[in-house]
Design a protein around this ligand. Structure first.
Ligand code: ADP
Ligand code: MG
Length: 792
């Protein structure tokens, strides 16, 4: 039997035994017993085991379907059957390593723990603490072992009171000299403990923690971490952490002590103890990385790394340990991307389109001369279309850089080949707008573009659906409606997704399902840092339109305090007097609030600061045709000022609108604000962006100030990433990026680059991971796809 099969059996045995021990409540396997057995049956399906055994496993798998809903009395026999079966198949070394004491269950506590065991298996963790740990994302022993310290305290150098200097932070060994007392309330609630150390005397001060006064007994030896104060020869220490030297666990002095992210009800001391206990009792997972990589990249072994992050021998080893874990996390992610890429880009003769002469034809009818960047990207797109592999390309370009014409080119190629193209937009407004601009670009070539959205009236929609299904229309623009199962394409050859960040990976996949394997182009204006792009879009080729059409100006951006918002209205009046138009954007948390704040602002402005101007209001609750009518009136200049919610964020194109006022600006993300101000940079007039904010938070103001100081979308994205973390960024939250526990997209650039290189190289040589050494990687990929980088 091969190693992966053996590993699978061993792992499954551990889980099944723990399931039985815990009363068969479907709590031992992270994804449930049913899932576990399916996995086992899958792996053993192709392993070299007797056919009889294989059949038995299959039967077991079938019987265990719906395990979670079976009555408990039917569960136990199933588990026992599973254990017996796997024990019979497994080679002897897969049996429990410790011989069982007679009369005792083979794995009665304090037994070896498995990675998947819940934390309650640790001694000292009951239901309440398990609940608290859950708040830290820790449910299993494995979670705890991957709960990496946020920093370390070096206690190898322990001082005495005599050695301290004023203001020094240090680790000090001291002995309680007299019973402590609480400070007078005037000094704040604190405990004051007289101590001696190295022949000198002094005091420990516990601010905000008066209870220490009662807890420490005379004569107790302590290790404290804190800051020294020396006033008139009196030494005291403002304590931040205190541990007893009491023989319970290793001496807290003389080691590098981990400091964990913690939460209410859980002390550092507890987490340290549990982590130590888990390290001692938990059987470490097998190392999934191929030896070649471990060697070439000089990585620490997995088990060793897990140990060293919690109990580092020294700081270089701690760094190497953390690097190893970060590498593995990023590697799992990149491997999943590499595999997806090799799947979507498998050669397929149907994906290749004839493109000769197409660019020239389009150029003849374009109302403008494409920029150098547009031309370069169009060439890349044409190369993709002609190639035998389906295209899988991200087209990145700031708002206004002219992505639509690139999409038009790809869609025209499909139409010319007598096949179909679809473009997907995130909102109805944008879909309508795209239909219009694509119509203008493709109309002269004799290509019709139809609209298909959920908001259309039923009859028109049904007609469009039918035309698409029969292949009567070549180009269709729509919203999510295009994903719906009702829509069949006769022959989809090109799929374009605009403003990608609004679509999740899953929706993207559904779109691809619509054609056999269409050429996919994703267009995004969300600037995202390079490293993040490698994580989120790592399976795409990337084109960047890094040039704006000539004559465009960067929006001049100013920050106005809320009580000066009248100056914004004055400014808008001046611009309107010059013949320009303006947007006023209100933030919204949900659809209902969206409507009310925008409507209230509209009313206020109409009767007040902007009375006499022609105002319009759009928000998400308007019926599509109403909204369309208002947008149209704004486009042709019958409305001077459009009050809107962030609905207009993406794609709206009205070159004469040169001013945007954004209210409560602190409620938007930086990248989003940057997108919004891109709305007004569509023509050669000087554009203006006024950010109005009533916030007094220095942090928020500093964040907004980034926008006034730079126009570089990538720099803004980096700033956003720094301030909010990747999970909060547009384009990441919905992208399906699995949660990273160890790696930081910003800090681990080197690990990311290496992991990517290695992962892609492996998939190139062994696309289906058939090499025996690569088998464990299949699991890694499968789990990464399920959003978990660490089910080992
Ligand atoms: P994006 O989708 O990248 O935000 P669009 O494709 O909507 O940008 O283009 C923005 C505006 O710029 C449109 O009005 C478009 O007609 C115009 N445009 C695009 N390319 C050029 C160009 N090379 N020269 C002049 N105008 C252009
Ligand atoms: Mg666009």
């Amino acid at each position: 039997m091969d190693q992966p099969a053996i590993t699978t059996i061993r792992r499954a045995l551990r889980v099944l035994r723990s399931e039985r021990r815990r009363g068969c409540e479907d709590t031992a396997a992270p994804n449930g017993i049913e899932q576990l057995l399916r996995h086992v049956a899958g792996v053993l399906g192709s392993a070299s085991i007797p056919d009889r055994a294989r059949d038995a496993i299959r039967r077991l798998e079938r019987d265990a379907r719906g395990y979670a809903d079976l009555p408990p009395r039917r569960r136990r026999p199933l588990i026992t059957r599973g254990i017996q079966l796997l024990e019979a198949i497994a080679p002897p070394s897969a049996q429990p390593e410790r011989p069982a004491a007679p009369g005792r269950e083979p794995d009665a506590p304090p037994s070896a723990l498995t990675w998947e065991d819940p934390v309650t298996e640790l001694s000292g963790v009951g239901p309440a603490r398990a609940e608290a740990l859950k708040r830290l994302g820790i449910r299993t022993v494995g979670d705890l072992l991957l709960h990496c310290p946020v920093r370390y305290e070096d206690r190898r150098q322990v001082l005495t009171l005599r050695q301290l200097k004023h203001g020094q932070s240090a680790v000090v060994r001291a002995k309680v000299r007299r019973k402590g007392r609480r400070s007078s309330p005037r000094r704040g609630a604190a405990a004051i403990i007289p101590v001696s150390s190295g022949g000198a005397q002094g005091e420990l001060l516990f601010f905000g923690q008066p209870w220490w006064a009662r807890q420490l007994e005379v004569g107790e030896e302590l290790i404290v971490v804190g800051t020294a104060r020396i006033e008139r020869g009196e030494v005291s220490i403002v304590v931040s952490e205190c541990e007893r030297v009491d023989g319970d666990g290793p001496d807290p002095a003389g080691v590098i002590v981990p400091v964990y992210a913690s939460t209410e009800g859980i002390s550092q001391r507890m987490v340290r103890k549990w982590a130590r206990q888990a390290l001692e009792r938990c059987r470490m997972p097998d190392d999934p990385l191929p030896g070649r990589i471990v060697e070439r990249r000089n990585l620490m072994a997995l088990a060793e790394a897990i140990r060293e992050v919690h109990l580092p021998a020294n700081l270089p080893r701690q760094r190497a340990a953390r690097h190893r874990l970060a590498y593995q996390e990023l590697f799992a992610l990149q491997l999943a991307l590499a595999m997806r890429r090799s799947e979507v880009c498998r050669p397929d003769e149907r994906s290749s389109l004839a493109v000769e002469g197409l660019a020239e034809e389009l150029a003849c009818t374009l109302p403008f001369q494409p920029t150098g960047a547009q031309e370069r990207v169009m060439e890349e797109v044409l190369r993709d279309l002609a190639a035998p592999e389906p295209a899988h390309r991200l087209i990145h370009g700031e708002v206004g850089s002219g992505k639509t014409v690139v999409a038009a080119l790809a869609m025209a190629a499909a139409a010319r080949a007598g096949r179909q193209a679809a473009m997907m937009a995130p909102t109805e407004v944008l879909a309508e707008q795209h239909r219009e601009s694509l119509g203008e670009l493709l109309g002269p070539l004799g290509i019709e573009v139809v609209l298909l959205t959920a908001g259309m009236d039923a009859e028109a929609r049904a007609a469009a659906e039918l035309a698409v299904a029969r292949g009567e229309v070549a180009c269709v623009v729509g919203t999510h409606a295009l994903f719906s199962d009702r829509i069949e394409f006769a022959d989809l050859a090109v799929a374009v997704v605009d403003e990608q960040h609004r679509f999740g990976v899953r929706q993207r996949a559904r779109l691809s399902d619509k054609g056999a394997r269409p050429n996919v182009f994703v267009m995004s204006a969300t600037p995202i840092p390079r490293t993040l792009a490698l994580a989120v879009y790592g399976d795409f080729d990337v084109s960047v339109i890094d040039e704006l059409p000539p004559g465009r100006k960067r929006p001049e951006t100013r920050l106005l305090p809320d009580d000066e918002r009248d100056r914004a209205w004055e400014f808008v009046r001046e611009r309107v007097a010059e013949g320009r138009q303006a947007y006023v954007v209100c933030p919204a948390i949900d659809a209902s609030e969206e409507m009310t704040t925008a409507a209230a602002t509209f009313g206020e402005l109409q009767d007040g600061a902007l009375s006499g101007l022609r105002l319009g209001l759009v928000h998400g609750r308007l019926a599509p045709d109403e909204r369309h009518a208002i947008m149209e009136r704004f486009r042709v200049g019958q409305i001077d000022v459009l009050v809107a919610t962030s609905l207009i964020e993406v794609g709206v194109n009205v070159p004469n609108a040169t001013t945007i006022v954004i209210l409560d600006a602190e409620r938007f993300g930086l990248a989003q604000l940057h997108q919004l101000r891109g709305r007004v940079a569509r023509a050669s007039w000087q554009p203006h962006c006024l950010l109005v904010s009533g916030t007094s938070s220095a942090e928020a103001l500093e964040r907004l100030a980034v926008l006034t100081s730079t126009a570089d979308g990538f720099e803004i994205a980096e700033q956003d990433l720094l301030r909010r973390g990747p999970g909060e960024l547009d384009g990441v939250r919905q992208s399906g990026l699995p949660e990273m526990r160890i790696a930081s997209i910003l800090a681990d650039t080197a690990a990311l680059t290496e992991a990517r290189e290695d992962a892609f190289a492996i998939i190139e040589r062994d696309p289906a991971l058939q090499d025996p050494e690569h088998r464990p990687l299949r699991d890694l990929v499968e789990q990464a796809r399920g959003g978990n980088l660490w089910t080992l």
